[in-house]
Design a protein around this ligand. Structure first.
Ligand SMILES: [Zn+2]
Length: 159
């Protein structure tokens, strides 16, 4: 394997790993190399007519704890494999800020969900760092959505 950070690193499909400096700092960066690249995964979604969408929301998950929650709908199996590798899990769709999706039961409309928890009493500076982290997450995830970043919605839920 090539040296870390080398532009010669490739995805499983053989295409080169894109090198956007900010994204290289993200934990998903190297994991992504084990999967087909964003172009190949977008192409798969298009062939399967999957209009993959991501929804980012704030949910109250327990007293004193809230989380930024990302839910990705209508994914190809291959994108699902990548999402599972970077910390997403299958769940039912959330209905609103107070009604997170049920545990996965195999329903057809389940989503891939990731939660970024914080205490509601936490230092606002920490929440701002978390928001920056979510933005980074959405900037790389957006490349994997056939509609790009326009397929990412903030403060709205899967319908
Ligand atoms: Zn590729």
């Amino acid at each position: 394997m090539d040296r870390l950070g080398s532009s010669k690193m490739t995805h499983r499909c053989g295409h080169p790993l894109s090198s956007v400096p900010a994204i290289e700092q993200h934990e998903a960066y190297l994991i992504r190399a084990a999967f087909p690249c964003q172009h190949c995964l977008c192409e798969m979604a298009r062939k399967q007519a999957l209009d993959t969408h991501a929804y980012v929301n704030l949910q109250q998950l327990s007293p004193g704890m809230a989380a930024f929650v990302v839910e990705v709908t209508r994914t190809s199996d291959e994108l699902g494999d990548l999402l599972a590798a970077v910390g997403y899990a299958k769940r039912g769709r959330s209905r609103d800020e107070l009604t997170p999706g049920e545990l996965a039961s195999g329903a057809a409309d389940e989503v891939w969900r990731k939660e970024f928890w914080f205490a509601t009493s936490t230092d606002p500076q920490h929440v701002i760092s978390l928001v920056d982290h979510i933005k980074l997450e959405m900037s790389w995830l957006g490349e994997y959505l056939p509609g790009g970043v326009t397929s990412i919605d903030f403060c709205s839920f899967p319908s």
